[in-house]
Each structure stands twice: as structure tokens, then as C-alpha cells.
Design a protein around this ligand. Structure first.
Ligand code: SF4
Length: 329
């Protein structure tokens, strides 16, 4: 498929905090990311790394009063989203930018039929369509995601977990958004259904040329679905690049290398997996140096006192002092 290489989304130095009664939580820190039209980028990292906060920031759905964008910018198709009046955000959400959440049960309204829930998206964003056109479009979308349209009058509880997630995908894609934010869309599903849902998302992505930001903790899902990957630790991108480059495992950020070491490898006769020691950095603490230093086997004094910068080689970026002197990696 011919793909225009212009950026659809450009996030620069985004910083997001949660101001709670007890502390300030530094959820996203100087976050940078670019997404071209039609690209699928995986955001991978442990739970609590700030990935969901990032997606909510794009949609401007951070919890009121508590969540605060403290700096940076989010430019979507040439428009600064952080400065857009709320009235102009409304047509963006669900129409041009859509989101799939992890648990389909909490995304669907248990008191409404699935057909009505898909229709609601069309009612909101396409007032110019006639009722018959909307029903036809809803039925086509149900067919596309593999649910017989005859089941449009069923309620969510009448479907299995995998089917519910298909309906959520139908709702997310019925308006043919340019950008889909998929937050752990397959985590709540068993592994065979996960494969089906990923395949379905892949087909729909190609059909509609949708850009996707796939949030996951699973490197296998990234390998299966994405073109590029950003590895996120403590609200920062610590490594990014094409899936081929990062998964080649020639050079990786120590955190990415740790994530790979947690995956069973049939060619490796190691009796045990090697988990990353220690715990995720405390988001309430502002680290003067590298936030991974307490868990890193290569940490030096410099790592504890001086924040690393992103070193880039041919589209592959690594946020680590060890790469300061390397010209190629
Ligand atoms: Fe490890 Fe230092 Fe690199 Fe951080 S900057 S990942 S502590 S080597």
C-alpha cells in the first residue's frame, strides 16, 4: 500500500502530572513521538509506565482537576490539540481519533443493544446521514468485524469476551478514524482470540489506512502488528525505532534488553527467565539522573546524577549514557 510519509501526530516534550492530595505523580516526562499516516506504532512498557495517560492526553480526557499537562505539545494533523477549544475537540474524539480500551465489558453500555451503540457513534458524528444509511453502515461494520448483523438487537452480556471486543472495534472504526488508540485491546482475551482480534485489526487498518498507536506490555503483540515501537519506562521513551531494528537485539536500551530477557526463547537452553530486578521507578520522585539506574547493571555514578539524552543512529534512538560515544548502533 502506498503510504504518505507526513506526520499525522507529533508529540514533543509532553509532561503530564497528577496532583493528588499526598503527592505530585510525574506520569509522563518529556515524551516525544511521531506517527506517520498509516503507521502502526507499539508503545510497550510495564504497567504504570504512563502509556494510558499519554493516550488520554491526546484525547484530552485526563481526569479533571487531578490530571494536568505541565508542558509540551501534541500536534495532530497540523493542529495543536492542547490549545484547541473544547467545542473543537468534540468532533475529533470518536470521529478522527478513536480509542479501544482494554476491557470490552466496561466500554459497552450493558443496557443498550450493540446495534444501538454502534448507531450512536454515527448519530453523533454524521447528522447528515439518513437513518437507513446509518443502519446499513452499522450492519456492514458488524459484518466486517465478524458479527452477524442479525445480532444487532442483542445486549453485550449475550456475547463472549472476544465478540464484545469485536463490537468495541466496530464502534471505534465505524466513523473511519485516521488514528486509533488501542489500549491493551487483547490483554483481557485468551490467546487464540487475541490472535483473531489482532488479525482483524490488521485487516481493518489496511482497509481504512488507519494509523494505530497500540499500547501493550507484550512484545509479541508488537512484533505481530506494528511497524515501529517506542519503549516506555517511567513516562519516558527510552528507546524507539522500527520493529526490525529494535527486535534484531543488536543494541538495545538496558530496559528493552530486560524486557526481551523475560520472554521464553526455545533456542535458548537457559533453565530460568531473567526478570528485571527491582521495581518500577517511583513516579512521585523527580530523579536527577537516569530513572532506570536502580535496576540497571551498567549504572555508573554519572547515571545517578546526570539525566541521559537520546542518542540517535539512523532512526533508532536510545536514551542512555552508554551510547554517548557510539557513532553507530
Ligand atoms: Fe543504565 Fe546508565 Fe544507561 Fe540509565 S543511563 S540505562 S543507568 S547505563
Amino acid at each position: 500500500m502506498e503510504r504518505k510519509q507526513e506526520n499525522l501526530l507529533e508529540i514533543s516534550d509532553l509532561t503530564v502530572r497528577y496532583n493528588t492530595d499526598d503527592a505530585v505523580v510525574h506520569a509522563v516526562n518529556n515524551f516525544n513521538l511521531k506517527l506517520t499516516r498509516g503507521e502502526a506504532r507499539g508503545l510497550v512498557g510495564e504497567t504504570g509506565a504512563g502509556k494510558t495517560t499519554l493516550a488520554l492526553s491526546i484525547l484530552r480526557l485526563l481526569p479533571e482537576r487531578v490530571g494536568q499537562v505541565a508542558g509540551g505539545s501534541i500536534v495532530y494533523d497540523g493542529q495543536e490539540l492542547l490549545k484547541l477549544p473544547e467545542a473543537e475537540m468534540l468532533p475529533l474524539r470518536g470521529k478522527r481519533i478513536s480509542m479501544i480500551f482494554q476491557d470490552p465489558m466496561t466500554s459497552l453500555n450493558p443496557t443498550q443493544t450493540v446495534g444501538d451503540q454502534i448507531l450512536e457513534v454515527l448519530n453523533l458524528h454524521f447528522p447528515e446521514m439518513t437513518r437507513d444509511e446509518k443502519i446499513k453502515r452499522m450492519e456492514e461494520m458488524m459484518t466486517l468485524v465478524g458479527i452477524p448483523p442479525q445480532r444487532k438487537n442483542s445486549f453485550p452480556h449475550e456475547f463472549s469476551g472476544g465478540m464484545k471486543q469485536r463490537i468495541v472495534i466496530a464502534m471505534a472504526l465505524v466513523a473511519e478514524p485516521e488514528l486509533l488508540l488501542a489500549d491493551e485491546p487483547t490483554t483481557a482475551l485468551d490467546v487464540t482470540i487475541q490472535a483473531q482480534i489482532l488479525e482483524l485489526m490488521k485487516q481493518l487498518r489496511e482497509k481504512f489506512n488507519t494509523s494505530v498507536m497500540l499500547i501493550t506490555h507484550d512484545l509479541g503483540v508488537v512484533a505481530q502488528f506494528c511497524d515501529s515501537v517506542s519503549v516506555v519506562y517511567a513516562g519516558r521513551v527510552v528507546e524507539y525505532g522500527s520493529v526490525e531494528t529494535v527486535f534484531q537485539r543488536r543494541e538495545n536500551h538496558p530496559y528493552t534488553a530486560g524486557l526481551f530477557n523475560c520472554i521464553p526463547n526455545l533456542e535458548d537452553d537457559q533453565p530460568r527467565l531473567r526478570p528485571i530486578p527491582g521495581h518500577m521507578a517511583d513516579p512521585r520522585v523527580e530523579y536527577p539522573g537516569c530513572c532506570f539506574a536502580d535496576r540497571c547493571e551498567y549504572a555508573t555514578e554519572q547515571c545517578r546524577t546526570e539525566a541521559p539524552t537520546m542518542h540517535v543512529c539512523g532512526g533508532h534512538g536510545i536514551l542512555c549514557h552508554r551510547y554517548a560515544q557510539k557513532e553507530e548502533f
